[in-house]
Design a protein around this ligand. Structure first.
Ligand SMILES: [Zn+2]
Length: 96
């Protein structure tokens, strides 16, 4: 789960990440930043044609991981425990 730090959707979340493009460092987040695309008849999502809501990716630098115990977006640090890398909340030290 992530929260949005800046832009039109600032303060929104926690929402689920749908997908991440690691090369362009952009992510599609559920319910955040969608656009209406006008489509002709026969489109799989809208057989009659009209407007279809499509998700638009936002830059991952505008996102922060949501910590359930702090209830806000937090920075993370990593720690290796028994050879397994874990993400810790810098605020409350809990594993995310
Ligand atoms: Zn925390």
């Amino acid at each position: 789960m992530v929260v949005v730090l800046s832009g039109n959707f600032r303060g929104q979340g926690p929402s689920k990440i749908v997908s991440i493009d690691r090369n362009s460092k952009r992510a599609i987040v559920e319910g955040i930043n969608s656009a209406l695309k006008h489509v002709k008849r026969g489109h799989p999502k809208s057989p009659q044609g009209g407007r279809v809501s499509i998700p638009v990716a936002i830059d991952v630098s505008n996102l922060a991981l949501h910590c359930p115990s702090c209830n806000r977006g937090v920075r993370v640090k990593s720690q290796v425990v028994d050879g397994v890398k874990r993400r810790l909340c810098t605020n409350c030290q809990k594993v995310l």
